[in-house]
Every structure is written in C-alpha cells, then in structure tokens.
Design a protein around this ligand. Structure first.
Ligand SMILES: Nc1ncnc2c1ncn2[C@@H]1O[C@H](COP(=O)(O)OP(=O)(O)OP(=O)(O)O)[C@@H](O)[C@H]1O
Ligand SMILES: [Mg+2]
Length: 323
C-alpha cells in the first residue's frame, strides 16, 4: 500500500498470475480467474505512477452492480464479489491468506469464470462524442449521411448530440498501443459467427443500462463491453458471456442529464479530467514516463469516480474495509 492508501500493485504468493493489465492484476485459479482492480489509472494508454484513491473499489463494485442489473440480458462471468468467499477460494488454491492480503484485496476483487476473450472491444454509442465525433466532423459534407465505419449517421449533428439509434462500432483489441475502429464489414473476420449475437447483446446491454441511468439523471454517451466464450452444454458448442468490467467510468462516458448541452464536449465522470490536465502539461509527448499528477487532480478524479458510483447505484461507496 502507498502512503495515501492506494494500491498500485498486488501479489498473491502461491497463486499463478494470469495477466497484468493497465488497471487489473489477474490471477489464475484453474477454471476461474481473480480480477483485482488496482488504483492504477491510464491516460492515452500510459499508466500514471500515482494511484487514484478508491478507484479500484469503484470499478469493482460498479461492475458487480451492473452484472446484477443486466443478468437478464446476457449471462456474465461473475461468480462472487464477496471478500470472504474469495479468501476461502484463494486458500483452497494454495495461497497464504494473510490479514495483509485480505486488506489489499478488500472490495476490489471479483471471482470470475475463465473465458476465452473475443478479440474485439464491443463499443456502443448513444451520443456523438470522442473519436466518433472526430471522425464524423472530418467526414461530414454538405448534407449527406456520414459513414462511420460502416454505420450510416444522419447529417447535421453537433458534438454530443444524441444519435437517432444507438450504434455498434467495435474496435480491435490492441495488445500494445491504441485500439483501432473496425470497419463493419470486417467484424466477422475477427469473431465469425459471434458477430450477430455480440452486436445484439451489446446493443441490448446499452439500452438496458441507459434506461437505468436515465432514472438516476445520467446519460451514457458511449461504453465498451468485452465478451468471451465458454464451452456450452452441447459438445462443440460455446456460450457467450459478458466478461471483464461493465459500465464503469473507465469503460464508459457518463454525463449529467441536468447539465447536458450538446454543441461541444460535456463534463464526464471519467478520466477526462486527468486527460485535460495532461494535455496542458508542456512538452509531454504522451509516451512513458508520465508527468506527476498534482494532488488536486488526483483528488478531483477520485471524487468523480465516487460520484459515478453514487449516482448510478443510489448509495455512497461503502467504507474501505482494507484501510
Ligand atoms: N472472464 C475472463 N476470462 C478471461 N480473461 C478475462 C476475463 N475477464 C477479463 N479478462 C481479461 O483480463 C484483463 C483485465 O485487465 P485490464 O482491464 O487491466 O486490461 P487492459 O485491457 O490492459 O486495460 P484497459 O482496460 O485499460 O484497456 C483484460 O485483458 C481482459 O480481457
Ligand atoms: Mg480492461
């Protein structure tokens, strides 16, 4: 643990590490994975060397919340988010479960079914923002519909305008560097027969979540899902699962409906605040090492993540049992 209580890295002696992502440490428990969301934050695909207090717990608890809310739309990988059950499973797998380890993992861990991730990021957009707005603005010409990676979007829209229908605009899953948009015609080359069910599930998840968020005064501008496959009941069949994280400020742009004003960028509950700060750091070329983040940027970001949790769930983030 660092001085401000953030967790930047974890280790579970006796358990095999499956992967280390930009944000999560993933451990291999045979047919299950333990996803531990650290307090790391990345911007422009560069991981900062300071953590954001409570960020890992917000990502974990919000994902668990949404997995519960969307179970009727599609099955997901969550087995349990219960710290006691997770500790018991770790002990079974041969880990020495010390009090220190319990404190490190508290509130930030999800025990999940191990899946084979599909090699696309399933992006759904309800509003014109971010890279889609950039692309639209660059291509919009005299009253013609705009082709956004194979999806037709009507002319005359402003930045942050609502799209007539939510659109599915997946991107590649880059193992290093930036994800790139995937032209519609190429989706099946990446995921074959799963193209149609993934699109259907992603759009349905988006609509379900957007409706829930609207009830809390929030708009979901866009979001990214990951799907994976697990062997199904019939021999040779595979079932589709929603995996990774779901509808968090790291994977989604949430806007406040009360202050929504299309025609420009909107304040959001995610790391845009950090990105905006970094854009103003003279001379930083968006390559590691990242510049230091001032305390007010760290605190302001932490506040935004906690606000997202509170707005969506209707509750404050529970106190940190690991502190
Ligand atoms: N059920 C699952 N089965 C297999 N792999 C999974 C499952 N759930 C999540 N993963 C993988 O675990 C990793 C989670 O780590 P993390 O979110 O830090 O990854 P990242 O993709 O490098 O970062 P970012 O989200 O910033 O792009 C991802 O590679 C994700 O695909
Ligand atoms: Mg991820």
């Amino acid at each position: 643990m660092t001085q401000d209580g953030t967790i930047l890295s974890t280790a579970i002696p006796g358990v095999k590490r499956h992967a280390t992502g930009k944000v999560r440490d993933v451990y291999d428990l045979g047919d299950a994975l333990l996803l531990v969301a650290t307090d790391r934050i990345s911007a422009f695909d560069v991981v900062m060397h300071q953590g954001i207090p409570d960020k890992g717990r917000v990502l974990t608890q919000l994902s668990a919340y949404w997995f519960g809310q969307t179970r009727g739309v599609i099955a997901n990988h969550l087995i349990t988010a219960d710290d006691g059950a997770i500790a018991a499973r770790l002990a079974e797998a041969g880990a020495a479960v010390t009090d220190d380890l319990r404190r490190t993992l508290a509130g930030r861990s999800l025990l999940c079914s191990k899946a084979t991730p599909l090699p696309i990021e399933a992006v759904v957009r309800g509003y014109l923002s971010g890279s889609a707005w950039k692309e639209y603005a660059a291509r919009a010409k005299d009253g013609n519909p705009v082709d956004l990676w194979g999806v037709q979007v009507p002319p005359g829209l402003r930045e942050s305008d609502e799209l007539p229908e939510p659109v599915f605009t997946p991107s590649t899953k880059a193992t290093a560097g930036h994800d790139l948009p995937m032209p519609r015609a190429e989706i099946a080359q990446y995921i074959g027969d799963f193209a149609a069910p993934v699109e259907e599930a992603a759009l349905k998840l988006y609509r379900t979540a957007a409706e829930h968020a609207a009830g809390r005064g929030l708009l979901i501008a866009d979001t990214k899902f990951e799907f994976g496959t697990v062997p199904g009941k019939e021999p040779g069949a595979f079932d589709l699962l929603l995996i990774d994280e779901a509808l968090t400020p790291d994977s989604s742009r949430f806007w406040d409906a009360a202050t929504y004003a299309p025609g420009g960028p909107q304040p959001s509950f995610d790391k845009q605040f950090v990105r905006d700060y970094l854009e103003g750091v003279p001379g930083w070329d968006k390559q590691p090492p990242a510049p230091d983040l001032p305390t007010e940027i760290i605190e302001g970001t932490a506040r935004r993540y906690r606000d997202a949790y509170r707005r969506i769930t209707g509750h404050e983030l529970p106190p940190n049992k690991g502190a």
